[in-house]
Design a protein around this ligand. Structure first.
Ligand code: HSE
Length: 420
């Protein structure tokens, strides 16, 4: 018989309100919301005032509350709350992808030490059950890649600007009004949010905790009409896509960048705030999951699903991590990109291995060619400061293998490119 859970909630923003609604409108599942901790004393809220507290210890010190649901913005404050709750033997459900991506090591250790569950399905791709799919269904199959559209806000903005011809600032405003964007939308439009999600999924897909700082994230802030026109003349849509991909038996790469998507892709028609995830297994081939990636109710429903899973004692076993898979993260990968630039000096900044197309006119210049991902990572600031736009043009990734060779007593590293 499932235990009736008593919940302490932190945060009553978009997702908190979504959870409140789905909890009160779910017929099969019973849990009681004991206390909601919020910050702003001046805000009017459509809930009974006895439920509200401004003091986190009202939840953390309450021995009757066995579940903390953490839905606040600030990643470091969230980490303090979550780790304190776990130390006090409380289970935690969170949707805070930044907090998770930055603290996976510590959180994993806390879960083991205090024998509590930490669940976070709502932190990646909204209502799509991707974490449990990776953790439970693909627990033993080697995966080739996990990719797709992991951010609802940018997908909504790209759909509005490209399909509906609405201006970028208006589309961003609309996505904020609809509750899709983070409170600081830079996280969405510069690709941080999908990067944090990719770091989380990499743990469940490849069993590795990677340093988010090493993962390139390019966003859509520098997209211009010329780029949209280039893409649409070739029949492409532009999507912001994280890639988590195995390159050979022991190397994998993770990065986030815009990509041109053709009509053949399952992601082509994944528009607006919808997300789509492609999981490719060694034996099972491709699976495709689609659902609402952002918004109050879909994300609230994902939180509810985690709370419900707690009622039967579910916890992530981090199966691939526990298996200590022999696979290492690398940025030594060749990628094929479109680069729109302003002047020859911009182009000279980049060491292309090969240029397949080049177009130059006074107001619009671009190249299409292959370049090292690491090179893009080190030039990220230049790309943003100079408003260059980069999009992947194909999904071909080529691992650069460095083989040490001894020449005249000196060890040198020579690169060999393995074509996939
Ligand atoms: N800002 C996020 C997005 C919310 O747009 O996808 C859901 O994680």
């Amino acid at each position: 018989m499932a235990e009736k859970l008593k919940i302490g909630l932190f945060g009553f923003g978009c997702v908190g309100q979504g959870l409140y609604h789905v909890l009160n409108n779910s017929t099969g599942f019973k849990a009681s919301l004991e206390c909601i901790v919020v910050k702003d004393k001046t805000k009017k809220r459509p809930i009974a005032s006895e439920l509200i507290s401004y003091n986190k210890w009202d939840v953390l010190d309450n021995g009757d509350i066995s579940v903390v649901v953490e839905l606040i913005d600030d990643a470091e404050e969230a980490f303090e709350i979550v780790s304190e709750a776990m130390r006090r033997g409380k289970h935690v459900v969170t949707a805070n992808k930044k907090m998770l991506a930055l603290h996976l090591n510590e959180l994993y250790a806390l879960q083991n030490k205090f024998k509590v569950s930490l669940l976070y399905e709502a932190a990646a791709c909204g209502s799509i059950p991707i974490i449990r799919t990776l953790e439970e269904y693909f627990d033993n199959e080697d995966l080739k890649r996990v990719t797709g559209i992991f951010n609802g806000t940018t997908n909504f903005i790209l759909t509005q600007t490209i399909n509906e011809r609405i201006s970028y600032p208006d589309a961003l405003l609309l996505s904020q009004e609809k509750g899709f964007a983070e409170s600081d939308p830079t996280n969405d439009v510069e690709g941080y949010d999908p990067k944090y999600k990719a770091v989380i999924l990499a743990l469940h897909a490849f069993g590795k905790i990677i340093d988010e700082d090493k993962v390139l994230n390019l966003g859509i802030t520098t997209l211009q009409d010329e780029d949209i026109q280039y893409a649409s003349e070739k029949g492409y849509k532009i999507k912001l896509m994280p890639v988590i991909e195995r390159l050979d038996d022991d190397k994998f790469s993770v990065f986030v960048a815009p990509r041109f998507i053709s009509k053949n892709s399952q992601l082509y028609n994944v528009d607006s705030e919808f997300n789509g995830v492609i999981v490719e297994g060694k034996f099972s081939g491709e699976q495709f999951l689609q659902g609402r990636g952002a918004g109050s109710l879909p994300t609230g429903a994902a939180v509810l699903s985690d709370v419900s899973a707690l009622s039967y004692g579910y916890r992530y076993e981090f199966k691939k991590y526990a298996q200590s898979q022999h696979v290492e993260f690398t940025n030594e990968v060749m990628v094929e990109i479109y680069l729109r630039y302003n002047n020859p000096a911009d182009l000279e900044m980049f060491d292309f291995k090969e240029i397949n197309q080049k177009y130059t006119e006074e107001k619009y210049s671009y190249v299409v060619g292959t370049i090292n991902l690491n090179e893009l990572r080190t030039k990220r600031k230049y790309i943003l400061d100079n408003k260059l736009f980069i999009s992947l043009v194909s999904n071909k990734l080529t691992l650069i293998v460095k083989t040490p060779v001894v020449e005249k007593g000196v060890v040198e590293e020579k690169s060999k490119i393995l074509i996939q």
